[in-house]
Ligand binder design. Structure first.
Ligand SMILES: *Cc1c(COP(=O)(O)O)cnc(C)c1O
Length: 429
């Protein structure tokens, strides 16, 4: 698609202000080519760019907007709350309300701490796991994203169990050495890691539904194995539910699979479109957090009243009976429609709940990062621009998943299927 003149002009200005012209690298369109579309406004499932072009949006701010853009109840709650001031650095009733709403409906959680982003939630939960166990190593999986804290920006090298190489400059070797990285869907690798680092692993961290590097659905038995190994070896199991939480049902992937983690991290949906993260778990573990315990963690804007109120307004709507069933039904309708009009082979759509991922591969299931063929991303690149030209906005990378929101109507879905039909026609092998 030819980007509009206003977006192009804004990007020229932005390049002189921000590294790469953006405040978060995924926005820069590097992986699909071209320059980003600047967004002016959104309402429901639709967004409008700086040149006035309209799109049906499946990025939904990368997941937080499960009710779509500018949801009336969220906006009203926010306006009302703002009239009373926007931050106090002292406790407010709204923190109790959001926490109660979450803890009442997610039975395995006893205490929660609010922070301001997913990264902050994971970083703090890892510190807590280390403080609680007195151990330093963490075990993570290749292809899982946990925010940009130092010890988590690590990918695996080759071999079953390796010390990771950092995937970012500026991460000290000493930090990398505390992170063990193994492939997903590989019980032997996890068992080998536990054997090799007996008594040293503070926690195993995983996205129970890995959704940041394609959608790498795991077998329940693999997640159960992690639970069992953690129990046997005195390590904590940390489910990073920053995407999964309140998305794959209200209780996230933990509820979906019926596996209870020791610690869980939230972000994205929890803040109703405002910057909120949280970590939560059993009383005994959470009591180690300052000021009750000696693991320090704090935040000037933590539990911000406006953000809390947005979270309450959003999560209350998620709790309405039939909410997740309706979302899943829409997602299924969309996927079946896209499959029907697809003229490109190989092609599959992987899905769970209201998350979907377009894969240009014949694999019935993709469960590890290595199973994704980088060459298939060239097809996505072409499709991406054709979709934009036909009024459909997705996250600008073939490794990113799409999200259906409650605001998407069946008319939107039909429009989208039609846009896909046209876009597929433009793809040259
Ligand atoms: C988005 C995400 C994060 C990071 O959250 P931010 O709010 O971007 O810092 C961490 N973990 C997972 C699983 C995520 O999807």
């Amino acid at each position: 698609m030819k980007i509009g003149p206003k977006s192009a002009e804004l990007f020229e200005t932005a390049k002189n202000l921000f590294p790469g012209g953006v405040n978060s690298p995924v926005r820069a369109f590097r992986s699909v080519g071209g320059t980003p579309v600047f967004i002016d406004r959104g309402k429901g499932s639709h967004i409008w760019d700086a040149d006035g072009a309209e799109y049906v949006d499946y990025c939904c701010s990368w997941g937080p907007l499960i009710l779509g853009h500018a949801n009336e109840q969220v906006l009203e709650s926010v306006y009302e709350t703002m009239q009373n001031g926007t931050s106090f650095g002292a406790p407010t009733r709204l923190e109790n309300e959001l926490a109660t709403l979450i803890l009442r409906n997610i039975p395995f959680l006893e205490r929660i701490r609010f922070v301001s982003s997913g990264t902050e939630a994971v970083m703090s939960a890892i510190r807590l796991a280390r403080g609680y166990t007195g151990r330093t190593k963490i075990l993570k999986f290749e292809g899982c994203y946990h925010g940009h804290a130092d010890s988590l920006l690590v990918k695996a090298g080759s071999g079953l169990v390796t010390f990771g190489n950092s995937s970012s400059a500026g991460v000290p070797e000493a930090f990398v050495n505390e992170t063990i990285t193994v492939p997903l869907n590989n019980p032997e690798a996890v068992e080998a890691a536990f054997k090799m680092y007996e008594g040293q692993i503070a926690c195993v961290i995983i996205e129970p539904v890995p959704a940041n590097n394609g959608l790498l659905l795991q077998h329940k038995s693999f997640l159960q194995l992690l639970r069992d190994l953690c129990d046997t070896h005195g390590s904590l199991l940390l489910f990073d539910e920053v995407i999964n939480g309140f998305r794959i049902g209200f209780t996230g992937a933990a509820g979906y699979y019926g596996i209870v983690p020791d610690l869980v991290t939230y972000g994205k949906i929890i803040g109703g479109g405002f910057p909120v993260g949280a970590y939560a778990g059993k009383l005994q573990i959470m009591s180690c957090i300052s000021p009750e315990g000696n693991v320090y963690q704090a935040g000037t804007l933590s539990g911000n009243p406006v953000a809390m109120r947005a979270g309450i307004a959003q999560l209350s709507q998620c709790l309405q009976p039939g909410f997740y069933e309706a979302l899943e039904k829409k997602t299924h309708y969309l996927i079946e429609g896209i499959k029907k009009v697809c003229t490109v082979r190989p092609f599959r759509i992987h899905t769970i709940g209201s998350i979907f991922w377009l894969a240009f591969s014949d694999l019935e299931a993709v469960r590890t990062a290595d199973e994704i063929d980088p060459a298939s991303m060239m097809v996505f690149r072409q499709l991406y621009h054709a979709l934009l030209a036909n009024g459909v906005y997705m996250g600008p990378s073939g490794y990113e998943v799409g999200f259906v929101s409650a605001a998407h109507t069946y008319d939107d879905l039909d429009f989208t299927i039609n846009a896909f039909a046209k876009a597929f026609q433009t793809i040259t092998p």
